[in-house]
Design a protein around this ligand. Sequence first.
Ligand code: THG
Length: 265
Amino acid sequence: MIVIGELINASRKDIGRAIEGRDAAAIQQVAKDQADAGADYIDVNAGIFVDREPEHVRWLVETVQAVTNIPCAIDSPDPAAIEAGLAVHKGTAMINSISLERERCENLLPLVADTDLKVIALCMSDEGMPETVDDRLKIADALVERLTGSMVKVENIYVDPLVQPMSVNNGFGMEFLNAVEAIMERFPGIHTACGLSNISYGLPSRKFLNQTFMAMAVAKGLDGAIVDPLDRKMMANIVAAEALAGRDDFCMNFLKAFRSGLFAF
Ligand code: THG
């Protein structure tokens, strides 16, 4: 499982304030904590600052990379913000995300064409949010075709089928899970990723719901997630679920995690 640490997101009050006030130490602490907890990527999102998003994203990438060796997932719907972050990023970044929305797709394809960047391909189009497995597969088909047509390797693509709140429609959980399974089957070598916590929006005990949903998604083949790496139970759940799903040879990762104390709450 590729773990993308979600905590550097301007919609969180402390982070929004730290970005505005250029409090590098505060951002760097959150970056280091997530890397130490086992994150593979640090998501950087300044989405609440519409006009100043590119400059904030650029500052976030520089600030985070000054203290960690792991790459960033540059999280914005605005191609200009992604371009600004990429311009200063060292190593191989993850783009979060491209979608089938026309403007986003047209502007981002040239940026990722022929590169080794990791790309999250969000199942969203100008026709709105997908609801069924079929809606998601149609968008995934078109996105994968365009990305591979631009010489992006299939193993660098993370399709995000889009998690929607089950408080809105209690079928959304299974539609998402079945989409993960269908996408993993249809495009050998591809990955899937998602912002998992959307599932519990509007409900109590969100962490508990997110942890349970993670185990179900791992069983369907999910191999990337934007989550809080400081949530120990979530991280323990991922390791246990992957072993149970037969994705951990000789239970090596599970045993290693046990020895390092991950399951001692
Ligand atoms: N797919 C992709 N990218 C995404 C999402 C997705 N990026 C943004 C988002 N969704 C995932 N990231 C976060 C980051 C932080 C929080 C949730 C999702 C978060 N939420 C608390 C809440 O909602 O209650 C806020 C609480 C707080 O203020 O701390 O922390 O779906 N590709």
